[in-house]
Structures are given as C-alpha cells and as structure tokens.
Design a protein around this ligand. Structure first.
Ligand code: ASP
Length: 333
C-alpha cells in the first residue's frame, strides 16, 4: 500500500465559522478526517498529516510559505510515494505554479486540493476532493504538481481560479485535464509528464520584487514610470488579445526600454484566459518586442510570476532569464 503525506496549509476545507467569519480550526478538521471511513477502513493508502503553523487563509500566503511547503516535501521526499497539499482556493493556482518550478526533477505526485465549503458542513465538496486527490497521489502515474478539484486533475502551472463560488472552481483553458474522475479516474497518459531521469532537488525562492500591470483603455502609462527602477526585477504586462497595447500609448515604450536597460524582465501575457500572445502579429504589439519585452506565450499570469521568482532565485542573468521565459520548463507553455 502506498503512503501519502498530507500537508495542511489551511484554507476553507479545514475552517469553521466564528463571529469574525471563517477561520482555520485544525482540531475539528483532524476530527473530521479521522471520521472518514474512506481514509481508514477502505485503505486507499497509508497517510500522515503535517499542519503548517500557522494555518493560513491562502490570501495570506507568501513566498516564505511556499518555501516552507517546499521544505516539507523535500525533507520527506524519500519517505512517501506522494504528497497531498490542502490549500485555500484563492491563491492555489499561484502556489501550484510556484511549486512546479521549485521542484526540479520531480518524480512523484504533488496534488493540491481544497474546497469551497468546509469539510465540517453538510454540502462540503471537500470530502470528494481529498479522497480523489489521495487516490491520484497513490496511483503512481503522476510526476508533477497538479490541482485536483471537482472531478478534474489539472496541471498546476496551467490552472486558474475560475469561479469564486462554484464547485468547479478551477480551469486550465490552454491545456486539457491530466485526468478526469467520473466513475473511474481516467488519466490522459499522452500529456502526463514522464518520470525525470535526474535526481530530485528543491530550489528555494527569494522574495524578488515583481509587478503586474493590466492594460485597459485609457491607461496612463506615465504613472508607472516611477516604479520602473533598477529594484524592480520583473513585470508581467497583461495585454489585450494576442499581446496588444494601445498604439497611442507612446509613453509606454520608453518605459519598457528604461525597464529593459535597468535589467527588468518584462513578460507579455494576455488578459484572455484562452489563447496565446504572438508578439509582432499586430502593429500594436510589434513595438513591445522592439523595446525588449519577452513573450509569455500562453502562460497564465500566475505561472509567469512564479517562473520569474524561480529564474531570478536561480541567479541567472537577465539575458538567460529572457530566453528561459520563452522556453517550456515544466509544461507551463
Ligand atoms: N479564502 C479562502 C482561502 O483561499 C478561500 C478558500 O479556501 O476557498 O484560503
């Protein structure tokens, strides 16, 4: 029987109502897990659980917390066949993206899940999410960081939180699900990442200064000029469609050029959940390319942010980072 380590980081799944709103309640959560026959009598797998301290609403998740989660996996990598991370839904896609880069040569499943309704409540979606995540983590088929939610296993660095209140809370619009859980769990074997040949290692992240700018009609780019200093290492520019910005926004290009000369990596992503950036396809995006911006192609903003944290933490120079942003590292492109 395989053995799984559950890492409880917090989130709605383990919360109870208080007079200040929902808050993490590890004792009640443990009591509920122990009451689930699927996790004891039916013997899906052997499991242990580690609670992070403190348990977090995932809106409070920081780079330091990603490092703590990563360290727990790193320290227990040889001891377990797979890992299930319980996490709030709000920043789950960011954590999944970050961990996907931090774990190099990952040869075991890391399945992140949570729920929209706490497990102690009658209509909770948490029970199915945990059980299926544990079955997937013990299947021996997955060698990557993924999100399991409401019947779908998604590549972690392709996922976005799609619904604030629906049970189907996540989507990966640019990549098909890695598995679908109906009556049986059907894996999409053709797209699962293969077991890597190299040895597993873990890259901690530094708290790199990164910004995100979303373009909108009427945007006054000169307002951003002051933040484009040498201390800003990376910017994700969320553009229209295939990477377009307003042509009349002449003030943007000197700003991008200034950023480029400062060594800031400007990555162009799209505001569209589905599809890819094609820099140079339109006149309105050509100038970005000429000013030194790199294409985020079909990467999510979450993945682009995580990838910049990772590449800067690795200590690469700006030229190498620009090249690697456009190179597929973990299935994110
Ligand atoms: N605010 C919660 C969190 O992200 C929401 C959730 O878990 O669904 O921790």
């Amino acid at each position: 029987m395989s053995s799984i380590l559950i890492i409880n980081t917090g989130g709605t799944i383990g919360m109870t109502k208080s007079d200040r709103g929902y808050i993490p309640n590890p004792e009640k959560f443990r009591e509920n897990l122990n009451k689930m026959p699927e996790l004891s009598d039916f013997g899906i797998c052997g499991w242990n659980i580690i609670d992070m301290n403190p348990l977090l609403d995932s809106s409070n998740m920081t780079v330091e917390d990603w490092n703590k989660i990563g360290e727990i996996v790193d320290q227990n990598y040889e001891r377990y066949d797979g890992f299930v991370i319980l996490h709030g839904t709000d920043t789950m896609a960011y954590t999944a993206s970050a961990l996907s880069f931090m774990f190099e040569n990952l040869g075991k499943p890391v399945v992140i899940t949570g729920s929209q309704i706490p497990i102690c409540e009658i209509r909770s979606d948490g029970k199915d999410n945990i059980i299926a995540a544990m079955m997937i983590a013990s299947s021996g088929k997955v060698n990557e960081v993924c999100i399991y939610f409401r019947g779908e296993l998604l590549r972690g660095n392709r996922a976005i939180k799609y619904s604030a209140d629906g049970f189907m809370a996540f989507k990966s619009p640019n990549a098909p699900p890695l598995a679908e859980a109906g009556i049986t769990i059907n894996y999409n074997e053709a797209i699962l990442l293969p077991k890597p040949e190299g040895e597993f290692s873990f890259q901690k992240l530094d708290n790199i200064p990164i910004g995100v700018i979303k373009v909108f009609p009427g945007i006054q780019f000169d307002l951003f000029s002051n933040i484009m200093t040498e201390s800003l290492k990376g910017v994700v520019l969320e553009t229209f469609g295939a990477g377009n910005i307003p042509s009349h926004a002449k003030s943007l290009l000197p700003i991008i050029e200034k950023a480029f000369n400062n060594g800031t990596v400007v990555t162009v992503c799209t505001q569209c959940p589905q599809g890819t950036v094609l820099l140079g396809a339109y006149e309105t995006s050509n100038s970005l390319k000429a000013a030194g911006a790199v294409s985020g192609k079909d990467m999510t903003t979450e993945a682009a942010i995580a990838k910049m944290y990772y590449l800067f933490s690795k200590g690469y120079d700006t030229g190498a980072i620009c090249k690697l942003m456009e190179t597929n590292l973990r299935g994110e492109l």
